[in-house]
Design a protein around this ligand. Sequence first.
Ligand code: HSE
Length: 412
Amino acid sequence: MYVAVMGYGTVGSGVVEVLNKNHESIVKRSTQDSLELKYILDLRDFPGDPNADKFIKDFNVILHDDDVKIVVETMGGLHPAFEFVSSLLAAGKSVVTSNKELVAAKGYELLSLAKAHNVNFLFEASVGGGIPIIRPITQCLAANEIDEIAGILNGTTNFILTMMIEKHMRFEDALRLAQDNGYAEKDPTADIAGQDACRKICILASLCFGKHVYPDAVYTEGITKIAARDVQYVQDLGGVIKLLGRAKRLENGQITAMVSPAVVMNGSQLASVRDVFNAILVRGDAIGDVVFYGKGAGKLPTASAVVADVIDCAKHVNRRKVFGWGPSAENYVADYKQQETALYIRVQVEDRNAALAAIEAQFGKVKLLSCEGAPDTELAFVTGKDTEQALLERLSAVNGSKAQSIIRVTDY
Ligand code: HSE
């Protein structure tokens, strides 16, 4: 059986490396007589690469080669990945992808196409890099109604936050290091502005709750506004700031979903997730909480998940692995501001005592936080729980203060 890889970047070259390195055991586990890499599609040249005989630049060579039964898409981006993958599925080839942008935007369409042509469309690597999460949700946790899912879903931002907290590194330097390590997206804005985590929570929410969740329905906030002082105030509270993707099933059939920085208290399993590691907490009605942890980005961890999918496709030729989700529904994602939460708020004030009185008049007794070296003209506190909308309305009624930072406090 033959395999082709489209896109020889960080992940694609990792896939080729793993396919070559562990060739013998991969073939054995695939239950096929052979599993050979036939083509690598990439428009760039790679002089001196040991796989020189496999490079092609024309997609049609793969599409029209009947011997190629499994194609790996590691090109990234929506176009032409979507057109290529659609054509391949329609031509009766199984496709494995690590491309979360593609799955988040077109997952329902591509799963339907795979179903219509009795082939597989697998994307374990699209969430959590090397962490097994798609298969565990669809298989091992299949007995549960999933109530909620929350995770540190972006390795780059978790790496940056860790470097800033522990090594006092500047944001730009930490980002450059993440790029050098092959963690970041081609355009790292997708990491730091939260879109990458958004795509991943969309895939998880679609899978857990059964209807396609599109990224534009999910409120998304990145890490660029977090100040060093917020990190310190939150330390005083006994927590850390993490970029979380979250989704929750509501009783009325809607869900909530969002990506934002969040305060996670030190006792939480999510608090100790450092560096490029990701962790995904799944709350099921039978299992309770279960956390999946591992390297969420990088060449070989991600290739590990891709190649496992290739093996699975090889084991299921002409047999579909039945999983996926249905189409989206109108107003399926509820307004996040109606969710109950507590908020960490940092405000700039003119008169400290007057401001504190005004804050407590709105919020009742609040927990004041301290931070070494903070100016007298600053107050940081944590509110009690209410809907976000109600808390923000109360904040806007506090005279003589200007909000500098607002971060949701979680109770995972
Ligand atoms: N840029 C992504 C991250 C890669 O940092 O998590 C893995 O999806």
